[in-house]
Design a protein around this ligand. Structure first.
Ligand SMILES: [Fe+2]
Length: 331
């Protein structure tokens, strides 16, 4: 029986390896066996003294993105777009859609009377509601309001669709772990067989919704961070979406946080206030609703110009679970 071309390549490679008398003679036959030497110098080394990721810090301004969403609102409806959203693609990663290595964010808008069809997917998702009165989500048969300042969860594989009973366009920010799902490859997606999962009765006190008033109250009574890295900070618990950690912290006008860096990716969204952040050597002046990406191991420092409530989405707990997490404060 004749050898297949693949077997012939392997046989030739093995013969060449057995006859090799110089190191250089190893490389071509190793390639024939789908092996690469671990000892060669690479443009991008495998092991580095500290994180050297490709992602860079970046800012997206809500005021700009609202103009873009309004234009999209004139030109495309929810019958064509499953979601009318604008994805915050980090410019340091032009091939993909990621905002940081593990997270993607998008601004989304829905018009009065519209319905965004129900679907489900393995990536976990959350929404920070930026400007909305009477928009709502239906998550696994529960209808919850999405009003300005709320944080709403849609854990992976829960059915979710969005509707709007109000009079003005509603805007929010989406956060998902899609880039992580793409990397690990357990991606599943399904459209709801009924199109939109219609539910009439509103659910109050859903664990899927953190209201703006509860966020304000909880951050008001939270303890100050004795080391000064954070403001008065609370974690919004989302036990069924362990890849996304959610924090909100309150910074008083004039408050400046102590500089730190962590082995985690962060996305910051001021839900109230104005200020300036220093992220990985870049300086960003921000206002309510802006989005700032702080990739792995970036130095992070915030200064509030006015009273601020700052939302953070992070993969910190994923890094902790993996025993990768590190934290370093400025000396
Ligand atoms: Fe979705």
């Amino acid at each position: 029986m004749m050898d297949s071309p693949v077997n012939a390549t392997i046989k030739a490679s093995l013969t060449n390896l057995q006859n090799a008398t110089q190191l250089d003679a190893l490389y071509a036959p190793l390639d024939g066996l789908d092996l690469t030497p671990g000892w060669i110098n690479r443009d991008t080394p495998i092991l580095t003294h500290e994180p050297r990721g490709a992602f860079r810090p970046n800012q997206w301004r809500y005021s700009d993105c609202r103009i873009a969403l309004d234009a999209a609102g004139r030109l495309i409806g929810t019958e064509l777009a499953e979601r009318r959203n604008l994805v915050m693609r980090n410019p340091s990663n032009p091939e993909g859609i990621a905002t940081t290595r593990t997270q993607v964010n998008a601004y989304q808008m829905i018009l009065p009377g519209e319905k965004a069809r129900s679907h489900r997917h393995s990536p976990h998702a959350l929404r920070v509601i930026l400007d909305s009165r009477k928009a709502y989500s239906v998550v696994d048969g529960e209808k919850t309001l999405m009003e300005t300042g709320d944080v709403v969860l849609t854990p992976g594989w829960s059915w979710h669709g969005h509707g709007h009973d109000g009079d003005e366009p509603a805007y929010w920010l989406d956060g998902l772990d899609v880039p992580l799902t793409q990397l690990l490859e357990p991606m599943f997606f399904e459209e709801h067989p009924g199109g939109f999962e219609n539910v009439d009765v509103l659910t109050e006190d859903s664990p899927m919704r953190f209201t703006w008033s509860s966020i304000q109250k909880r951050t008001e009574i939270a303890a100050a961070d004795p080391e000064g890295y954070f403001g008065k900070r609370v974690r919004l618990e989302a036990p069924t979406m362990p890849t996304i950690g959610i924090f909100v912290e309150r910074l008083q006008a004039g408050q400046k946080t102590r500089r730190y860096r962590a082995a985690a990716n962060h996305v910051f969204v001021p839900m109230l206030g104005t200020g300036t952040s220093h992220i990985g050597g870049e300086i960003y002046d921000w206002a309510r609703g802006d989005t700032i990406a702080a990739p792995m191991w970036s130095w992070i420092e915030h200064e509030a110009h006015t009273d601020t409530i700052l939302f953070t989405m992070t993969d910190e707990f994923l890094m902790r679970y993996s025993n990768y997490y590190r934290f370093e404060g400025a000396k």
